[in-house]
Structures are given as C-alpha cells and as structure tokens.
Design a protein around this ligand. Structure first.
Ligand code: HEC
Length: 160
C-alpha cells in the first residue's frame, strides 16, 4: 500500500513539473492539419447513414436467404450485424434515432424470435413485417422512393 502511495505521489509530482511543450500535430500520409481538421477528415471518411444502409441492405438479403435455407445460425449472425450497424450509424447520425426506435425495439426482436424458434413460416411473416418497416423508416426519413422488396436473387456465395 505504502509503495503504491509513493508511486502515485511521485507520478503526480513528475507530471506537474514537466514543462508544457508546443503542440505539433502528428500527421498521417493523407490525414493532415490540426487535430480538429484531422477529426473532421476521419468523420467524413466514416460517412453517414448511407454507408450504414448499404451494409443493412446487403445483410437484410443475407438474413432472408439464411432463413430460406433454415441456416438459423447464419440468419442470427446477420440480424445481430444489422442491429449493430444501425446502432453505430445512429452514433454518427443521432437525428435518425427517433425513426429507428420501433425498428430496434420491436422489429428486430420479432425477427429474432422466429430465428430462435427455428420457425420458417414465422420467419417469413416477420421478414415481411421487417420489409414494411424498412420502407416506413425511409418514408419518415424523407427517402420515400426507397421501397424495400423481398429479395429474389442471391448475392453472396453463402447458401445451401
Ligand atoms: C432509421 C431509419 C431507417 C431504417 C430502419 C432503415 N433505413 Fe434504409 N435508409 C434510411 C435513410 C435515411 C437512407 C438514406 C441515407 C442517406 O441519404 O444518407 C436509407 C437508404 C437505404 C438504402 C440505399 C443505400 C445506398 O446509399 O445505396 C438501402 C439499400 C436501404 N436503406 C435499405 C434498408 C433496409 C433493407 C432496411 C431494413 C432492413 C432499412 N433500409 C431500414 C433510413 C432507414
């Protein structure tokens, strides 16, 4: 205990004695400028909700085919990633949060119930409900022409 106290005290002392050095920004290969400018560059590169949606669009299709194949582990994986992707997207675009509430609190859990029950019929009912809610959010978020359909073709090489 004594040694720990001494260690803390000496650290405080050393820190308080060091003189303030002039701030020189560390720059990357292409992330340049002041710290604020660099953060802005990084934030822009992360993009907004469009990137979220490109990912959600892909994962929604994979979720659908996972359910058709009754590959419940894969469907579960995709549903978890959809939830994570939307939550991360909302961190970048908090103004979209209100429209996402119903989707996160009701739609995703309902689809999850069908997956856990390994019930294809229930899954298909709930995925239809999800599809409608995807489109509803697009209407709420003023991209009303983005109508979400039930997938007809597989994109990824994963399947039976
Ligand atoms: C929180 C509301 C919300 C929910 C829920 C939502 N979307 Fe979106 N989606 C948006 C917004 C907003 C845009 C336009 C993004 C922009 O303009 O930056 C969009 C755009 C898209 C795009 C076009 C992306 C692109 O740039 O090419 C696709 C595809 C898409 N959504 C699919 C879906 C699917 C599939 C679901 C359901 C599984 C879904 N969305 C659920 C809000 C939502």
């Amino acid at each position: 205990m004594k040694t720990i106290c001494k260690l803390i005290l000496s650290t405080v002392f050393i820190t308080s004695c060091t003189t303030k050095t002039e701030y020189i920004p560390i720059e990357g290969k292409w992330i340049k400028g002041t710290q604020t400018e660099q953060l802005k560059t990084i934030e822009n590169q992360f993009r907004g909700f469009d990137k979220t949606m490109v990912e959600v669009g892909y994962r929604y299709q994979e979720l659908y085919w996972g359910g058709q194949d009754e590959n419940w582990e894969y469907a579960n994986y995709q549903l978890e990633k959809i939830e994570k992707t939307i939550k991360l997207g909302l961190q970048r675009r908090p103004k979209r949060a209100q429209s996402a509430t119903h989707f996160l609190e009701y739609v995703i859990p309902e689809v999850n119930k069908a997956i856990q029950a390994e019930d294809k019929q229930r899954f298909n009912t709930n995925i239809e409900m999800m599809r409608t809610n995807c489109t509803n959010c697009h209407i709420a978020e003023r991209v009303p022409t983005f109508t979400v359909r039930i997938p007809t073709h597989r994109q990824s090489p994963i399947g039976n």
